[in-house]
Design a protein around this ligand. Sequence first.
Ligand code: TYD
Length: 209
Amino acid sequence: MSGFFIVFEGGEGAGKSTQERHLASSLREQGLEIVRTREPGGTPAAEEIRRIVLSTDSAGMDPRTEALLFAAARSDHVARIIRPALERGCVVICDRYLDSSVAYQGHARGLGAERVRDLSLWATQGLVPDLTIVLDLDPADGLARFAERDRMESEPLEYHRQVRAAFLALAEQAPERYLVLDARDDEERIASTILERVVAALAEQESHA
Ligand code: TYD
């Protein structure tokens, strides 16, 4: 595959979508073809699953059901949007991906990181990001930005603390494929750090092509 797959991860309210927008527009200015998408979602079926899984009507859903629904949404999204875009040579920028399942369902819900990761790897036929950008933020700060909360945002602070720790641990295991940034930093500075890293990674990929 000749494209490049970038994922943004982090807790709620860390400013992922703002930074995704900055990155997409900077890369488009350089003439690259960009596909921006999100999880859960990205296809009609996956958006339906998103509605179910985030709805407060689904309160009390079994964690296994939750993990399977996120994985089901992901398989459709990868098969129909992400993989075809990468095969066309696009840069794909995705809001959340497999690491969200590992952090939220694997760690915070306690289903086990490895099992949840394997489930998603099966669902996506092994597609992992080329680069993951983690916007790190204390969940007490992030959640304060929401008046109305979906089912996940309504979880207690401790749940979100575990999610945060999980992202940091994943990044530590493979620093060459992660960029961790303090989400409280200046918006423009974060954007330029991300762009610099992405441009370097794209050049590196080009040199191996
Ligand atoms: P969203 O409103 O997109 O949150 P954010 O703007 O913070 O990305 O809702 C996605 C929610 O679903 C978020 O709380 C994280 C959660 N989630 C999981 O629990 N597992 C997953 O695999 C994914 C992709 C998301």
